[in-house]
Design a protein around this ligand. Structure first.
Ligand SMILES: Cc1cc2nc3c(=O)[nH]c(=O)nc-3n(C[C@H](O)[C@H](O)[C@H](O)COP(=O)(O)OP(=O)(O)OC[C@H]3O[C@@H](n4cnc5c(N)ncnc54)[C@H](O)[C@@H]3O)c2cc1C
Length: 479
């Protein structure tokens, strides 16, 4: 322990943009130290560097949080945008603080930073770190031989047996504040993102803890029939809490607690299915923790020499929602317009990119990372590796979604497609999934000219599916 010279502590906000159920903030406040609160922009430079949509979300959320700190505690939220070592050196020189309070992010890049801070400053201040973002520390759920689980079902079964939910913490009372202004970035500079992203948030989501809590208040209603309908994008009955979880505006503990508290009002199947999804998030972090290269390296190394096609033109058609497969294009356009995509669509568009366009999952993961408000380094990497078949407990390589059949099954009446591809709105339900099946004359009668109003399919599903299967077999990727 550091010998006490001052009574000053710093709470460092990272992926925990909230006041409620925040252990590090709670402990800092409870310590009765004079508190300084900081946030460091551009902390990481590798695969988890925050860019695009998530960057805007964080700016908006930070802005709200800084108003909240000001309103509730007359406390200044100090934002920095420099190298973390020099920030802590300068802060220590200026204040002589003795304790740093952080919630672990379990992002391998941030974990490295935390380790280096502990090493560099071991004789200057204590680093007090907590798990406030997961139900279980990622190394907590182990199998009988002491190794991490690579298969979801036994992982979650084991985890549920060990589950011990905390009663969520309220906003703490912060009694002592370090008064001197040490901010090097003015608050007005927080919100400096481009108008393009701005439009997306304003129309579909509202970042920040206040909105997150409003949505949490409606969670029981939101997930009615979740087990039955969650795969149908137009039904819109998933929680849409992912951006708030990814940025830590809500804790998973609090979500789980809220559902459990109201369990009587929730159908047992909906309850089990919904918490199982929270379990996938835990599972993804368990994998990432044990295989930190997950964002860019195949978990199954047999995929390392896979003959991916580096085809920027096809990749750009996919990104723009111009593949000629309506369900794929609708998903990609939803992502572009809203910064969100329904889970069923994430699977369909990912499968199409990897298995029909033969483009590496890494390219898809990068596009999602830039465009999703809920971009989450564990969920995104694990999700992509799952679809590619190279992750742990992944979809088998031979499971290649047929986009047309997926479309018929999960968007039978084409409502989701019509929402995102208005140029196809006049097509009858039977053909909206596969407009190329109509003749040119028939298409004209529905106000469509393929190749002009809407693209012809950029690849043939059956041919590319067969090629993918051949590649997979030749590479002998099956486990
Ligand atoms: C290729 C691909 C990429 C993905 N990228 C991300 C990402 O960057 N960030 C992200 O949060 N999720 C990602 N997912 C998982 C999932 O699609 C989203 O979490 C979900 O669609 C978010 O919507 P929701 O909040 O309404 O989910 P709900 O169905 O309401 O689920 C509740 C919560 O459980 C978690 N969850 C749900 N499904 C999964 C899953 N399959 N894996 C891990 N956690 C899950 C999320 O935190 C979600 O908010 C990805 C999935 C795929 C197939």
């Amino acid at each position: 322990m550091i010998e006490k010279t001052t009574n000053i502590g710093i709470y460092w906000i990272r992926s925990d943009l909230r006041l409620h159920d925040n252990i590090a903030l709670w402990e800092a406040a409870k310590s009765n130290k004079e508190i300084i609160i900081i946030y460091i922009k551009n902390l990481t430079t590798g695969p988890s560097k925050i860019i695009g949509a998530a960057n805007l979300w964080i700016d908006k959320s930070l802005l709200e949080l800084s108003y909240q700190y000001e309103k509730l505690f007359k406390l200044n939220l100090n934002i920095y945008d420099e190298d973390y070592i020099s920030i802590f050196k300068a802060l220590h020189k200026e204040t002589n603080f003795t304790d740093l309070y952080i919630n672990n992010t379990y992002d391998p890049e941030v974990d490295k930073i935390d380790k280096s801070i502990k090493k560099e400053f071991s004789n200057l201040f204590n680093v007090n770190s907590y798990n406030s973002s997961l139900l279980f520390k990622p190394n907590e759920i182990l199998n009988n031989s002491g190794s991490f689980f690579k298969v979801y079902t036994p992982f979650w079964k084991n985890a549920l047996n060990k589950l011990n939910l905390r009663e969520p913490l309220p906003i703490p009372k912060i009694n002592f504040i370090y008064k001197k202004d040490i901010s090097s970035v003015k608050k007005s500079e927080i919100n400096n993102q481009s108008k393009m992203w701005e439009k997306k948030t304003l129309s579909h989501f509202k970042p920040g803890e206040i909105s997150a809590r409003k949505m949490l208040g409606q969670i029981v209603i939101k997930i009615i029939d979740y087990s039955k309908d969650r795969d149908f994008p137009i039904k819109n009955n998933t929680s849409q809490l992912s951006p708030y979880l990814a940025r830590g505006e809500l804790s998973v503990n609090e979500i789980f607690y809220a559902i459990k508290k109201d369990k009587k009002k929730v159908n047992i199947n909906d309850y089990a299915k919904f918490i199982a999804q929270l379990g996938w998030r835990e599972f993804s972090y368990n994998i990432l923790y044990n295989f930190p290269k997950l964002p860019h390296k195949n978990f199954n190394s047999k995929f390392d020499n896979f003959p991916w096609d580096k085809n920027d033109i096809k990749l750009s058609f996919w990104k723009k929602g111009l593949t000629g497969y309506p369900i794929v294009d609708a998903g990609m356009r939803e992502l572009w317009a809203t910064g969100y995509m329904h889970n069923r669509l994430r699977m369909i568009v990912a499968s199409f990119l990897i298995k029909n366009l033969n483009i590496s999952w890494v390219e898809g993961a990068k596009w999602f990372w830039e465009n999703l408000f809920d971009a989450d380094i564990a969920n995104n990497s694990a999700g992509w590796q799952w679809v590619a078949g190279c992750g742990t407990d992944a979809a088998p390589y031979f499971r290649i979604f047929n986009p047309t059949l997926q479309s018929i099954r999960f968007d039978k009446d084409g409502e989701y497609i019509r929402k995102w591809i208005p140029e196809l709105k006049d097509l009858p339900n039977k053909f909206i999934h596969s407009p190329w099946e109509l003749t040119e004359m028939e298409l004209i009668s529905f106000n469509i000219k393929l190749g002009k109003d809407y693209p012809c399919p950029i690849v043939d599903h059956k041919t590319t599916r067969d090629e993918a299967l051949r590649n997979y077999k030749e590479m002998n990727v099956s486990k």
